[in-house]
Design a protein. Structure first.
Length: 255
């Protein structure tokens, strides 16, 4: 474990499964809680072993299309395997197994963490997990442990800065590898650059409000960046400069 255990916190009573709705859109998802049990069956996990289940990704951000995959994190009650961090990551990026499946014509990308792994990720301010714990209740299928309260004991500006630095370094690596690649790879680089702007925005909200008030506050930037890539004939440098300008403006506004 990267920090001492956090087992002394009182655990709240379990909350019933929620039906998921698209925020800020006229799109309403089907009753995906039925799919939840089929996902567990596919993964051979008992519901009694599951603590929390989070929807994240494009559906949470409001940048999805009707055919977008659903991204799911499942937190289990086991504590057998510690996290394995990647060699070039200072307690941030880590190894995990991605489970992909199709349930009732819906595609899912599912990651499973045990409770100790998920707690360690919160302690190191892993930004995907922060999206999960600050998600509105309709994006949380099962909520047994109050990980938002857990995280508040560890929230600090230095932790946020470390997480943003790791994400930025990764995005720059993807960018540099994509400069001379095909258009599809360059589009992936654009999405990674957008993620930095988006993470910067949500992290600013966490530090200011102790909450993420608006997940989609900078969503308009993503199609703008993709359009710039197309208009420039695949020139990534113009996209990067635009993101840098956006981050500078965000920094000035937060002063």
């Amino acid at each position: 474990m990267i920090m001492e255990e956090y087992d002394n916190k009182p655990k709240p009573e379990p909350v019933h499964l929620h039906q998921v709705h698209q925020i800020g859109s006229n799109l309403t998802l089907p009753n995906l809680t039925n799919n939840y049990h089929l996902i567990l069956e596919h993964l051979r996990i008992e519901d009694s072993d599951v603590l929390n289940v989070y929807n994240f990704g494009s559906w949470l951000l409001g940048s999805n299309t009707p055919s977008s995959d659903r991204d799911i994190i499942i937190v289990t009650n086991s504590s057998t395997k510690p996290l394995k961090f990647k060699n070039n990551s200072r307690n941030y990026f880590h190894q995990f197994e991605l489970h992909t499946m199709e349930i009732n014509s819906t595609n899912y990308d599912v990651v499973i963490y045990n409770k100790c792994q998920f707690e360690d990720l919160l302690k190191c301010h892993f930004l995907v997990c922060l999206d999960c714990i600050f998600a509105p209740p309709e994006f949380i299928w099962k909520h047994t442990v109050d990980y938002k309260s857990f995280f508040m004991d560890y929230l600090c500006e230095a932790g946020i800065e470390h997480a943003l630095r790791e994400e930025l370094n990764y995005s720059i690596t993807v960018y540099e590898r994509s400069v001379d690649k095909d258009y599809a790879q360059k589009t992936l680089a654009v999405k990674k650059l957008f993620n930095i702007a988006r993470y910067y925005n949500t992290c600013s909200q966490i530090l200011k409000h102790r909450a993420i008030v608006n997940f989609g506050e900078c969503n308009a930037l993503k199609p703008e960046l993709i359009g710039m890539l197309a208009d420039s004939g695949g020139d990534l440098s113009s996209v990067r400069k635009h993101v840098q300008k956006y981050l500078l403006l965000q920094t000035i506004e937060s002063m």
